[in-house]
Design a protein around this ligand. Sequence first.
Ligand code: GDP
Ligand code: MG
Length: 678
Amino acid sequence: MASLIHAKEDIISPKTEIDTAPMMNVTISQGNRKDEEQSVHHAPIVSPYNDKIRPLLDTVDRLRHLKITQEGIQLPTIVVVGDQSSGKSSVLESLAGISLPRGEGICTRVPLIMRLQNNPNPEPELFLEFNEKIIPTDEGKITDDISIATEEIAGEGKGISGNPLTLIVKKKGVPDLTMVDLPGITRVPVHGQPEDIYEQISKIIMEFITPEESIILNILSASVDFSTCESIRMSQRVDKTGQRTLAVVTKSDKSPEGLFEKVTADDVNIGLGYVCVRNRIGDESYEEARAEEAKLFDNHPLLSKMNKSMVGIPVLAEKLVKIQATIIQRCLPEIVRKINAKLLANEQELNRLPKHPNSVAEAMTTFLRIVGSAKESFRKILVQGEFDEYPDAQEMHCTGRLREMFDKYSQELHSKNVVNRDFLLDKIKVLKETKSIELPNFLPKAVFLTLLQRKVKGISTIPLDFVEKAWSYIEDVLTSVLLRHCENYPQLISSLRRAAKNLIAKKKQQSIDWVNVVVEMENLTNYTCHPEYSTTWSMLMADQATLMHRVNDPHSSNVVYIKRFGEINIAHLRHFKGLVEEAYDVKMRITAYWDIVLRRMVDNMALHLVFSIKNLVNKEMQRNIIEELVGPQGTGLERMLEESPSVTEKRNKLEKSINLLKESNNIVANIIDISFED
Ligand code: GDP
Ligand code: MG
């Protein structure tokens, strides 16, 4: 049988004893004498610290079996990568001393986790683990069983899958190693392979080699230029300095020329060094294969020049065992810390999940609490301008946003109706229509009112648009506040949305009614007791004389400067000489009065809005929502008694994860004391 490792009792020669201090770059002292070299080839691989490492490796394997990586906790792993047919399976086969599916094309279609365990029992024991099943197998059947398992995981044909298959090999003489064999990389899909095979395989490989905890075992065929290997490019992407990459060069027997130079030059940055091997060829037995390998590196004129610490499967096995010990010892404390942190976080999250109410009374209490806290949040952002609950959500900073809307409203009101073209012409037309037989300079009230009504009509849509916009905005904010507070009771969402909608619709209608009354009042009566009206009018009238002078003098300039209106062309006014004076007066009265109207529109709107919002927050909101949910038509409370599926799902997921982490914690608790004492 393949005996890479002899039983423990006969292994320890001073030469092969390995420093127990963890280290990554392993070199093995070499002997000069022939017999010493011989003993390197058949070197026992079990090192004295294996007794210590074995439980650690078992721990990691048990964590892997629990699928702890699902919790985002990465395990130290030796990952085998290489281009298609570079010899990955052959290397694993050599290490395990068993036959694996091997050959041209893509054989490995799922990640194969290989757990090698040295076992005193002379009878090897082999198991396949996949899809929650454990299937015993043996050396004769293993190739077929792997193919059957692969088909069950990845389907028949050439498809691949990221779900792993675990092969456990308990055998006397194998090194205690766990490695993952991955599908080989291929650029070009061959017969029956899916079109995106390269992307699929790259994705799986990247998943395995990206974590810092992974050691990349890069299998390179001696016959190729290493720098063109796809697997080298991939490992360089995640491990630039190569500090966690070890290269295994296969097929040394086929391409010995220049191999020594290639590995010495190290053009591709392999931090953990190279090991050149010769795998089993054809029907050779393992013993024959190892003997042939030893002969090759001893006698070949080119290959024998290589340092013995760089050649042969036993050297590779020993290096891997050492590297594995190092990474496990380095990673375990962090893994323990992560398990505990994750466990704590999940337990806290589980506690935060809403207690499920058991009675209508309990549901009522919960509901009132939700509405109460929503009301408080709403008051803060809408009335008090406190944004501690929404520091970064600009759209929830209501006082500021409403202020912006309001300023825009005011600007819009002021910019409407400002036209300097055909100065006074509209006034003249109205005067002409309304004049009856009466004294000149006697301004009829109807003229003023007609003109005022036109102006009011011109702006009447602006306050309506504004209240429409303001309440739509407040509805969005109210809905979002309510939804945030009932996060854990999604069954309330639709009722709360409806409540918010109905409530705001009511408020909006009130505002529209109010605006209509205000506009109607401005339409019907012209009144102000504000002294500014007279002051402004007098000030504006000061330019009347100049204007009249120009209008009456055909030789004077057509342009007159009038306060508030600037440079005005008056050519057209010369046709209406008799009416200009009065028209000017009317215009200035309207102008002075319009200032007052606009101020009323703006000020009253501000008062109205603040008043309505305060009423909404302080009185209406809570009452309306409660009525909507628990009123005659409301079914909200009954619905609260059923736990929502999403919360149930969250709870189940957390509970499952907590169990897994607790189990992991138990596993690591057993070894943590023994593993880090030195
Ligand atoms: P994988 O696709 O990377 O798993 O490659 P395999 O392990 O299936 O090997 C591909 C082919 O290369 C097989 O026919 C092997 O027998 C052959 N092979 C692997 N290693 C060696 C070696 O060291 N020497 C020789 N001569 N052939 C090898
Ligand atoms: Mg393979």
